[in-house]
Ligand binder design. Structure first.
Ligand code: S3P
Length: 428
């Protein structure tokens, strides 16, 4: 896929549904005994992995006009033993959250994923679940998928201090906690995205928050809403926020962007860098706040991105690295070692691939140092099969002399229309 440099981006982008919320909407709706309509669901490969898994557990998922889904579960105890191995594909959210949900079921199941997912750490989920009485085994002393999940017997609630701020780990525990015989308390080192907690409340499940802890009492059923409207994904909007900021003569209106405060680190950092961003028309989409965002080109400055904000922009570091290359002065990223266990090692991948365009970026154990501005040249760069790498490289190319992206199809994981929208927004 060749992306050439452009003189400006202009137009309006309807931001596709939030990936994290789409996954959770299917899982919770699958535990209900009344149908749930889901609008603006993200029809991308990761979320379809969750649909396929839930279908294998006998949840009905039908697709109507405009991609609207109707999910019909068989009640809180209605999941059934799958006849086949469940495939989470590339999706960490699918495998980790489903492990929590499957671990409490009275049947056996096996989960796997693609080559990338089978290299990602699973002990972080298996360890707390084991303390609840859940029996999951994996490859290499239960470090990696495939995972074998044994039929549950007694599940007890736990008090758990999470060693890493991970919404996926937290959510796996909270899902299992619904089926336990006593309350569960999960403490986070830093707040991670709270879409599971908000979705629980949408389904009538009480959530208690005390300081950095979340307390869940077991339930016997969920009270499903008739409809869930998924907000647009700020992690997808991030590519347009950076692109319009660094490409001169740009102005974009991003419609229906989720602005849950656990996700808006990108807005805070870009604003600190001097970006011209206006958040308007703030409203609610169920329990999630949304807004429209106007972004115009601006002169950016370097910034310090420290551990405390990382969970709020964890998926935005590749594209923020591109922003930093166009900013005046130094940008330092620290406390971002979690990036090494994403779809690829994103610290290594950004240094290597943007390096092919001529960027000089220092890789540290837990972050990056970027001295800007830097001149980027045309080059062939590899996505490492990582959707966010592919899109970050496209933004860099569009803002500079162009780029040839090898293995671009991975954008289907979270943003299938990304390249066609980029083409439509270009001014020349
Ligand atoms: C996600 C949580 C984050 C994020 C991922 C989606 C979620 O992962 O990087 O893209 O939906 O809960 P971690 O919880 O592992 O940090």
């Amino acid at each position: 896929m060749k992306v050439t440099g452009t003189t400006g981006l202009k137009g309006t982008v309807n931001i596709p549904g939030d990936k994290s919320i789409s996954h959770r909407s299917i899982m919770l709706a699958g535990l209900a005994d009344t149908p749930v309509k889901i609008t603006n669901f993200l029809h991308a490969a990761d979320c379809w992995s969750t649909i396929d898994c839930m279908r294998a557990l006998r949840v009905r998922v039908e697709q109507g006009d405009a991609g609207v889904l109707t999910v019909t579960g068989n009640g809180f105890y209605g999941l059934r033993e799958p006849h086949e191995v469940l495939d989470a594909g590339n999706s960490g959210t699918t495998i980790r959250l489903m492990t929590g949900l499957l671990g409490v079921q009275p049947f056996f199941s096996v989960m796997t994923g693609d080559a990338s997912l089978r290299k990602r750490p699973m002990a972080r989920v298996i360890t707390p679940l084991a303390r609840m009485g859940i029996n999951v085994k994996g490859r290499e002393q239960s470090r990696y998928a495939p995972l074998a999940i044994l039929a549950a017997e007694q599940i007890q609630g736990i008090e758990y201090d999470m060693p890493v701020a991970s919404a996926q780990v937290k959510s796996a525990i909270l899902l299992a906690a619904l089926f336990a015989n006593s309350p569960t308390i999960v403490a986070e080192p830093m707040p991670s995205r709270d879409h599971t907690e908000r979705m629980f409340e949408t389904f009538g499940i009480p959530v208690k928050r005390e300081g950095n802890s979340i307390i869940i009492e077991p339930v016997q059923k969920v009270d499903a809403p008739e409809q869930i409207d998924v907000p647009g994904d700020i992690s997808s909007a991030a590519f347009w926020l950076v692109a319009a900021s660094i490409i001169p003569n740009s102005q974009l209106v991003l419609v229906n962007v989720g602005i849950n405060p656990t996700r808006t680190g990108i807005l805070d950092i870009l604003t600190q860098m001097g970006a011209d961003i206006t958040v308007t028309n703030e409203r609610w989409s169920g329990r999630e706040p949304v807004a429209d965002i106007i972004v115009r080109s601006a002169k950016l400055q370097g910034v310090t991105i420290g551990a405390e904000i990382i969970p709020r922009l964890i998926d935005e570091i590749p594209v923020l690295t591109v922003a930093a290359l166009f900013a005046e002065g130094q940008t330092i990223v620290t406390g971002a070692e979690e990036l090494r266990v994403k779809e690829t090692d994103r610290l290594k991948a950004v240094v290597l691939e943007l390096g092919k365009m001529g960027a000089a970026i220092d890789e540290t154990a837990d972050g990056l140092i970027i001295n800007g501005p830097q001149k980027l040249n045309f080059a062939s760069c590899n996505s490492h099969h990582d959707h966010r790498m592919a899109m970050a490289l496209a933004v860099a190319g569009a803002a500079a002399q162009g780029v040839e992206i090898e293995e671009p199809d991975c954008v289907k994981i979270s943003y299938p229309d990304f390249f066609s929208i980029l083409a439509a927004l270009r001014q020349e």
